[in-house]
Design a protein around this ligand. Sequence first.
Ligand code: RNT
Ligand code: ZN
Length: 428
Amino acid sequence: MMKTETINKAYEAAKEVYALYGIDTEAALKQLADIELSLHCWQGDDVAGLESSGGGVSGGIMATGQFPGKPRNGDELRNDLDEALKLLPGKQKVNLHASYAELDGEDLGRDQYETRHFQKWIDWAKNKGIGLDFNPTCFGHELASDDLTLSHPDERVRRFWIDHCKVSRKIAADIGKALGKPCICNIWVPDGMKDMPADRMRYRKLLKDSLDEILAEKYDADVLIDAVECKLFGVGVESYTVGSHEFYMGYLAHAHAQGNTDLILTLDMGHFHPTETIADKISSLLTFYPKLLIHVSRPVKWDSDHVVVSDESVQDVMREIKRADAFDRMYLATDFFDGSINRISAWVVGLRATRRAVLAALLEPTAMIKKAENEKNYSDRLVLIEESRNLPYNAVWNKFCVNQGVPAGSDYLNDLHIYERDVLQKRA
Ligand code: RNT
Ligand code: ZN
């Protein structure tokens, strides 16, 4: 266990160093406490969902691993979320998928889901004073087995998914109303093809028509924010993705021109070429659109959705947001799934890494670096960028944990071990 006294001493020293760079660590701690991260529920059960039939992944995404103690119902999943949330400093929301509906034996299709099927989630969130986000689930279903949903040429299949997305928006809006916080409803469809399509255009036109219909109904931005998530490829759908980056860039321009100016784009860190990062895209999008949703993830050689750690790509994304002074224009949501380790540890590591990267960015002496650039002092700029990456932000992070009443450093391991022994192992 780290002693609070040690943490405080290290913090005071760090504070002095940062002051030399014109950075007020107290202000950064305050700002960090207010930044909301949306914790994805689907890490908790390898994207299985709570429906009695179907569920699970398909459409190019995959969760692997057999770590014992996977939750068997909504109550166990919420219990696990409670445990993770206890170990996370700062504000969190929880991000749901439609496949986490609790139908209690009712035999309904996803196109017939209603808000009442999420009542337990709403009550749970209300009780905790947190917001919820939402996603239609256009995968893990027999009608998604062609890897085509909103762009399916069969009108019956396409209709099913259109209706599913429509009810999802309605549910999301009700959630936003019930919790007094806008619910982000993010549409991602897996649609694509394993091998070279002969008619790329056809599916893209169908996807556009489907989205037009889905998004036609207006909801108040106080309760619902719609987002669309682009992608490059998935396993089994390597040759063609209908909803590519260019497709959704175009769609966004189209929607905004039609007056749907609340629609936002989702950039998932794993959805581009393996050497391409999303950091550079942020300022481009913010030049034209007021807000942006980011799926914080860690692709390992492909969109593998590994648990987020403090690597260069996450740091880069957060630095770009800081440099654009845009944390208030950003919705930050995590998106990864690893069933090979304690699933609660995955949440805690990933969310803490994300928030720590936000902190490191807030502490960057951006004004100094920009000044060097404005004066065309590019060597000074490089020196400052390099030094600022190695400033003692972790001492400030530990102080943040103490302030927020959660274990600092890796001290939360003990809590995880106890929960694993007392809860997870008993689920066998
Ligand atoms: C898939 C997308 C999408 C999903 C979740 C489950 O590649 O990233 O966001 O991971 O909706
Ligand atoms: Zn994603």
